[in-house]
Design a protein around this ligand. Structure first.
Ligand code: PRP
Length: 214
């Protein structure tokens, strides 16, 4: 009999990560102390063959790409922005939102001018406008993007819209949808070969849970 290999799982810190852990638990990979971390950084259930750790959501693909984690969960926004070399095994159907162009309600695009776009997602924004043949200049910000058009720093923004509340509160409208976003189960490419049976079994169990949720 071959020895069962442990799967290292990078969970995104925050509410989404807690939902993901709930799905893992349902799939038979329980490790309750994950939800009550105290000072520990990694959490293991040897019998179930799983070891968890929490990381900043945007760092999950880095851990997985470099093999520090075998698998993890990351938003499609992060995957599109950073294009990590990982396998995307499953759409978990949670963390749903959309990547949008948003701007003041009165915004009209004047194509004779370069469009100023503020965003945390410069690659996504650049690719989108390139596909439309629209000339833009990107203003890379790290948060509070909605304020940029209000203060005249940019004409529009490219950002995540979930409920639309943040836009509304700032007098902005979603003008175009670039792409729908949801959380994805990703795997390190080498781990997927070496721990194929274990990772496939995890992916299939999660997939079954996603289907019951639909
Ligand atoms: C995202 C996004 C918007 C907000 C949209 O920010 O940048 O500000 O959520 O959500 P809504 O449509 O439900 O109002 P996030 O909460 O991820 O924080 P951040 O800007 O600090 O990354």
């Amino acid at each position: 009999m071959t020895e069962k290999k442990m799967i290292n799982v990078a969970l995104p810190k925050g509410r989404l990560g807690e939902i993901v852990y709930g799905m893992m638990e349902q799939a038979g990979y329980e490790c309750p102390e994950v939800l009550n971390p105290k000072r520990k950084l990694t959490f293991e259930n040897e019998e179930r063959g799983v070891r968890y750790f929490w990381v900043k959501p945007s760092d999950v693909p880095i851990y997985v790409e470099r093999g520090a984690a075998d698998v993890g969960v990351a938003g499609k926004d992060i995957l599109l922005e950073y294009s990590p070399r990982v396998y995307e095994l499953l759409d978990l159907g949670i963390g749903k939102c959309r990547m949008c162009v948003a701007g003041p309600k009165t915004f009209r695009d004047d194509e004779s001018r370069t469009l100023k776009v503020a965003t945390k997602f410069p690659h996504i924004a650049r690719r989108y406008y390139e596909s439309k043949g629209r000339d833009i200049s990107i203003i890379k910000l790290n948060g509070s993007i909605e304020i940029a058009p209000i203060l005249g720093l940019s004409d529009v923004i490219v950002d995540i819209v979930e409920t639309g509340k943040t836009l509304k509160e700032n007098g902005l409208d979603a003008l175009e949808t670039i792409v729908p976003i949801s959380a994805r189960f990703i795997a390190n490419k080498a781990s997927f070969q070496f721990k194929h049976d274990e990772i496939s079994a995890m992916s299939q169990s999660l997939s079954a849970i996603c289907q019951t949720k639909e």
